[in-house]
Design a protein around this ligand. Sequence first.
Ligand code: PMP
Length: 288
Amino acid sequence: MSRIAYVNGRYVPFAEASVHIEDRGYQLGDGVYEVCEIRSGALVDERRHLTRLSRSLAALRISQPLSDKALHFVLEETVRRNRVRDGLLYLQITRGVARRDHAFPEHPVKPALVVTVRGLDRKKAEASAAAGIAIVTLPDDRWGRVDIKTIGLLPNALAKQRARDAGAKDAWLVDSEGFVTEGASANAWIVKDGLLVTRPSSNRILTGITMTVVKEIAARLQFKLEERAFSVEEARAAEEAFLTSATQTVMPVISIDGRVISSGKPGPVAKRLREEFHRTAEIGRKIV
Ligand code: PMP
């Protein structure tokens, strides 16, 4: 099966999919994105992802290139044409193509929309969650508006590579006061004295869709939740640690900077939240 990408109004073979060299996303990182899980042939939490997308676009004063209805159609059609039942959908909107200049184009240009889909091995993902992952901590050197989901991910990419170089799967970023902000591509959580702890929404973190759903699960299961910043020391001494993202749902963390958390195995709270996740998330209609 050959992959198909949606690029500015057309469905094209993946190998031929391209954007202009003066796309402002390519030159200036001037764009936003979303990643949405595809599970059993349906989109997970599409509505919440599209709501966040609208917010990101508004923050950067980029207009939405398609109506909500048309965008919804394009997302489903891209999944359908790729016949992906378990995987990820990637959506990117940039300000569009204009002669290189930092300020916005004087005459508005049409924003550029790209949608791609790829498959994910669910068995492998479950095996990874059953084993848990190692993470390292690194200074958070990103800009002050990481609540906007922009494609400007260089600090995140460098952090992820440093994690990989250290033999870990991910990085948790730490502010100048020693508190964890979030992961390089996920939100960070610990369990301490039986309480779930995660940092509240602010411009220092991206409010994850998965995080929002996990908070709903916590309320339903009557797990107590404390929304506050936690330090690296606190995380190392926690009963459990885990991260959340659309790509990984709930992923247990079993070591931080080479030091084992608790028993060194995924904890019961993270396991339970992972099991519950797709019962609470909004699952769309079956596309494939
Ligand atoms: N924080 C960052 C920096 C991220 O890149 C992501 C994933 N895109 C998240 C948090 C988690 O967000 P979500 O649950 O919506 O995938």
